[in-house]
Design a protein around this ligand. Structure first.
Ligand code: DGL
Length: 270
């Protein structure tokens, strides 16, 4: 009954931690494409090719349902995958939908005209590829009116986190928040639109100030996944065992994952 969770690297572990709390009996196979991280500086074709290869590996591990716990892959490749790549007996879901549902206070399939929502000034922190895709702004505009989104591409931050360089990562968060505030001095809400960024959530919150609500994608995705699986129990795959797979150096990836999540995690070669 295994479910697959994919990210370019360590970021999707923030989503995995939350979904494991909600679904403690489900085995999860986690795939970190560490060799090819970061995805955020790649073009859409490249991201599509890498994400489909990883998804096939998770299908081979007995996971019929794969969660793209990566905003960059969700923004740049998911729609094309669903249109041309995913067979009828498999599913691939992204991390965008639950976030948009929470911000716009409505279900994804609700096609009523856009309406006003509680937040009007939203800061989006994401990778260069996610910002360039404008996927977040597009989906929000379908559903909500009067929401001003200012996006900040956080160049370098995923690399620093993957390398475990927390001093550089903190400096980058503070400089990206400063850059955002020069464009939008008083955001009401901030979206950490990259699953790596919750690993730096305290620094984001500190730099933004206590009055800014920081949206946590991990808990939203966890709630949405358990709801999906309750409605689609046939999407549990035949896999039985949990695993952590990486295309990078398993020893190095295990050390950094353990450092971030503060409990031992052992990756093996994908
Ligand atoms: N965790 C990925 C995301 O949510 C990081 C992308 C990257 O590798 O740049 O966007």
């Amino acid at each position: 009954m295994a479910v697959g969770v994919f990210d370019s690297g360590l970021g999707g572990l923030t989503v995995l931690e939350a979904v494991r709390k909600t679904l403690p009996d489900v085995p999860f196979v986690y795939f970190a494409d560490s060799k090819h991280a970061p995805y955020g500086v790649r073009d859409a074709n490249d991201i599509f090719d890498l994400t489909t290869a990883a998804t096939e590996r998770l299908w081979a591990a007995g996971c019929d349902l794969v969660i793209l716990a990566c905003n960059t892959a969700s923004a740049a490749a998911l729609r094309r995958m669903q249109e041309s790549f995913v067979p009828r007996d498999k599913r691939v879901l992204g991390v965008f939908v639950p976030l948009i549902e929470a911000l716009t206070e409505r279900q994804w399939g609700d096609n009523s005209p856009p309406r006003e929502v509680a937040v009007q000034h939203v800061a989006l922190f994401a990778t260069p590829a996610t910002v360039r895709s404008r996927a977040f702004q597009r989906e929000l505009a379908f559903r909500a009116i009067g929401v001003d989104v200012e996006a900040q591409a956080c160049g370098g931050l995923v690399d620093a986190i993957e390398e475990g360089d927390m001093i550089l990562a903190e400096a980058l968060v503070r400089s990206h928040v400063d850059a955002l505030k020069r464009k939008m001095p008083m955001p009401q809400a901030a979206i950490l639109g990259c699953t790596h960024y919750p690993l730096m959530q305290d620094i984001f919150q500190d730099a933004l100030g206590p009055e800014v609500t920081v949206y946590s994608q991990a808990s939203l995705v966890a709630a949405s996944l358990s709801d999906y699986l309750a409605r689609h129990p046939d999407m549990y795959g035949p896999g039985k065992d949990s695993a952590f797979l990486t295309t990078g150096d398993p020893r190095k990836v295990s050390v950094h994952a353990t450092q971030f999540l503060r409990h031992p995690i052992t990756f093996t070669s994908a």
